[in-house]
Design a protein around this ligand. Sequence first.
Ligand code: DO4
Ligand code: MG
Length: 297
Amino acid sequence: MSEQSTGNQSFIAVLHTAGHKYRITKAVNGKYFAIPKVATISDALELPIAEFKSLFEQAGSEEVIGTLTAPIAADSEIWGAGVTYQRSRDARKEESGIPDVYQLVYEADRPEIFFKATARRTVGTNANVGIRADALTSVPEPEVAIVINKYRELIGLTICNDMTSRNIEGENPLYLSQAKIYYGSNAVGPMIRPIWEIKDYSSLAIDAKIERGTNIVWQAQTSLAQLNRSFADLIEYLFRCQSFPVGAILSTGTGIVPPLDISLEAGDLVTINVAEVGTLVNKVVVTPIDINEKENL
Ligand code: DO4
Ligand code: MG
């Protein structure tokens, strides 16, 4: 049985199969089953939640064999929200040469929302995440990510590691895109927990650690109860003046940030656990300056 799927809980999982790079399945008891009429996450997010839930519940007869990959499709968009926890606000103020912007956005009605990644820049669990070769300090950002369909309905929860080049963002907030969007900067997974299976997500525990060899060099925890914005509010802003024909994944911001003297190194293992949702594990490698010529971490 897969470590990612326990008991009789079910998950939306995406497998890399012989015929399909991003095949959506229903995971239950370590097995993966085809969902009738739905081939990808994008197909699922084109349906109203009631219709998708009904198809998901019918799955169970056709087993699918493949390798677990990020719960996305080739045309998925992953977005991020920022400074949504007090800890994130305080950490940015500490690291930034321009601290006021973080205080202002924490208090403002309009949240910080930024484009984070395409499928090509996203990995799943047990794959490598990157730290920029030209960054001095890099950190993981352990976040709950919400999966939203084209009708703005919340379908489920997953985990995002919003990898960040800390000193680049700290130097100037206008460098945010370079700090946040680069090859290997995003991990999502391991799977999506359907929202109808979670009784109460308002205070789910979020735990993270960085292991270096046999040492834990950093670990911390928070809870969704510390999130300073509601999912509904974030979704409302995300969809303003945007269209999402195949839905979107929105990472809701980090509530745990390492102290300034902790920076990721090649070989580190980052583990993020969210209660009821799963555990996302990624090894850290350096993304070389000339990744364009290599395209492989
Ligand atoms: O303001 C910069 C990004 C913040 C962020 O990603 C977070 O708070 O999680
Ligand atoms: Mg973040």
